[in-house]
Design a protein around this ligand. Sequence first.
Ligand SMILES: [Zn+2]
Ligand SMILES: [Zn+2]
Length: 395
Amino acid sequence: MEAKKFFDLYEPLKDELEALSKYIYENPELGNEEYKACVAHTELLKKHGFEVEVGYLGTPTAYRAEFDSGKPGATICYLAEYDALPGVGHGCGHNHLGTVSAGAGILLSKIVGEIGGKVVIGGTPAEETCGGKVTFANNGAFDDIDVALISHPYDKDEESGTSLALNPLEFTFTGKPSHAAAAPEKGINALDACLALFHSVNALREHVLSSTRIHGIIKEGGVAANIVPERAVAQFYVRTTKKLYNQEVTEKVINCAKAGALAAGAGLEISQFEFPYDDLLTNQRLQKALNKNLNEVGITNISVPKGPGGSTDVGNVSYVCPTIHNHYCIFAEGEQTYPTHTREFADATLKAPALEAMRKNVVALAMTGADIICDPELLAEIRAEFDKETAVFRK
Ligand SMILES: [Zn+2]
Ligand SMILES: [Zn+2]
């Protein structure tokens, strides 16, 4: 479809989209407290004819907005984020990100009457902390979605890559207190069990893939040096490049904890202290479809990411539906750039180059949605890739 048609449709939306991003920048709210942002998003979507459910899946600041053409066709989902960071406000640029997603959805909704299909915007809170997308992915929010797209502001244009699968494990060892000098033989040392866990994990590092990251802390390790520690608590993040391998390493780490408990004679409880994140499974066919439209709107210098750094809740989405999570540059060519999670990055989201990036990326994302609706073969290719990549997880 012609880029010009989409740019023409963007013009009347320009002011309200820029105002939405600015309002959220001026009112930064931490994860799961994004009440103002959620209202601002959903009011705008309602104004453009979307049916909106606020408090989606029991999370007060989550929403689902839907625009149904009533005609057959694919369902395209854009994922919006709008949480801020402590101290640096919208240093990750989620004011911009959420607006681009909402904008792409609104733009696409203007033509589904013509081409069919459905547009969904998923308002997913708390990306920086407790991953609202995990709740979406675990509760069937993507069952009726054909593809999910999310584009993140950044210091360069970059294709969707990978992220690390993450398992947040908490180990609680329970011993028996006793006088550490007068009757140590009557005590069971929970801290010894915990230290044995750390030693075993350090030995384990040599025998896992070198891309694995296992990092932990001792949260509790006793209350006084003259009492045999009754309770010790350790938290670990187990990170691997793949979800399947994470399960394997997790089992080994758990065995290290069990060995520590056995050695000390302590009790052991194991839990997850946060949501586990899956690695990001980029749908390459979908990225290719977006690249074509990015080129069309004049974004041509798109780099390929080197490898995973952190972890993201978009990973969980990518295991239940074909997904991409690419990055777009909000700086002008040759201009000084800043990394995310800085105040300078937050400020840059309001400047002219970022507003131009908004215009182009909203158009490219909407065009990609339209392409998928109009070309069932493209959707079939995207789906086939997804089915192949996730086959191992289906019975
Ligand atoms: Zn961030
Ligand atoms: Zn972010």
